[in-house]
Design a protein around this ligand. Structure first.
Ligand code: AQP
Length: 346
């Protein structure tokens, strides 16, 4: 077996390996759900050996409150389970409970260049936001993609299902895997990003040219997964559209209307262009979007309430997940340390 084949076989055995994560930087949003979590539950956990992770160390790259991050980490894990992940089918764990992520992150920093880190769009946007809020920019915000590359590469991941905003970071993980393999010998599988066909970038309802983000200031345009139905309806009915009376799907020219059609298409399993033909006013469209979102969130919220009443259950799932993840990551991370020239420590 040649070196690349060995690396690949180490990773997958017979099945593909999938890795993806969510950051506990705020309350999870409809964007997180439609762009990533729903597919994890409906598709990914059934088609591959899938690992899902609450990437809590990433939440420390911006101004944070320790108690809040702790609370949001458990809430994110609970919501991911509530969205349909089955711990019998996939592995769910918390990043900080598996040391291999941090070990490998340093090797990724030794593989990446300063320039490629500074080019990351999310770094530029978040650095500007932190400065705008009067804070300082943490060094870890710059090096975040090295840790994210480590998250992915430690598991021999083939595919990373993400929303569009994370595709650039997965590209960087690819580049780092290729570079490391070329310099030090085949160690990592080269992963690829997989984005959903619709709702890959759900926009803020009040600012439909920006992503709907969980740590944004404009919360009136953000639908949170645990919003009450009335709050969802209010946010959708107040969504910014434009002054044209009809409905058409033109994302560049009419971003507000296009965003609503994409959300409806994602909730209803349809196509935004075809849906547009069925409406002659934005008011009617908004009403249907509001009800579709309420109905999409209803089972997730109900399951979340059940799980939240049994916090021991979520903790047990996370501990078992971390145990399995550790076992999967350690041989590859040890191999990377050896390949890069570090004397073995154990
Ligand atoms: N608006 C979105 N539309 C589609 N997909 C989205 N995702 C996030 N927002 C949208 C996807 O959800 C997954 C988990 O997201 P994350 O927590 O890793 O990243 P994030 O949402 O970009 O989190 P941040 O950094 O805390 O930023 P903000 O404050 O902007 O939300 C990912 O697959 C992501 O693509």
């Amino acid at each position: 077996m040649n070196e690349m084949a060995t690396a690949s076989a180490m990773a997958t055995g017979a099945r593909k390996r999938i890795f993806s994560g969510v950051q506990p930087t705020g309350h999870l949003t409809l964007g997180n759900y439609l762009g990533a979590m729903r597919r994890w539950a409906e598709v990914d956990q059934h088609r591959a050996d899938a690992l899902f992770c609450v990437v809590n160390l990433h939440a420390l790259t911006v101004e944070h409150d320790p108690a809040r991050v702790r609370r949001l980490s458990r809430q994110a894990a609970t919501l991911v389970l509530a969205s349909g992940l089955d711990p019998e089918l996939c592995t769910l764990f918390v990043q900080s409970q598996v040391d291999e992520h941090l070990r490998l992150s340093y090797l990724m920093e030794c593989t990446a260049s300063d320039g490629e880190m500074r080019r990351m769009i999310q770094y530029k946007e978040k650095a500007a936001r932190e400065q705008g809020r009067g804070g300082s920019v943490r060094l870890s915000l710059l090096t975040y993609p090295a840790l994210m590359a480590a998250d992915i590469l430690a598991y021999g991941t083939d595919e990373v299902p993400v929303g569009e905003d994370q595709a650039q970071h997965v590209e960087l993980a690819r580049d780092l895997a290729v570079r490391f393999n070329q310099r030090y010998g085949a160690t990592f599988v080269v992963p690829k990003a997989v984005t959903p066909p619709v709702a890959a970038r759900v926009k803020n309802l009040q600012e439909p040219t920006s992503k709907m983000g969980k740590s944004q200031d404009r919360t009136a345009g953000v639908v949170y997964l645990l919003d009450e139905p009335e709050a969802v309806r209010k946010k959708v009915m107040r969504a910014v559209t434009d002054s044209e009376p009809d409905v058409s799907y033109e994302p560049e020219r009419r971003p507000g209307v296009a965003n609503l059609l994409e959300v409806l298409a994602a909730c209803a399993g349809s196509d935004p262009e075809r849906l547009a033909e069925g409406y002659d006013s934005c008011g009617a469209l908004k009403k249907d979007v509001a009800e579709a979102v309420v109905e999409t969130l209803r089972p997730v919220q109900a399951r979340h309430a059940e799980l939240a009443a049994e916090p021991g259950l979520v903790d047990a799932v996370l501990l078992a997940g971390a145990e399995r993840a550790r076992g999967l990551a350690r041989p590859r991370v040890d191999a990377a340390f050896e390949a890069i020239g570090v004397l073995p420590g154990r």
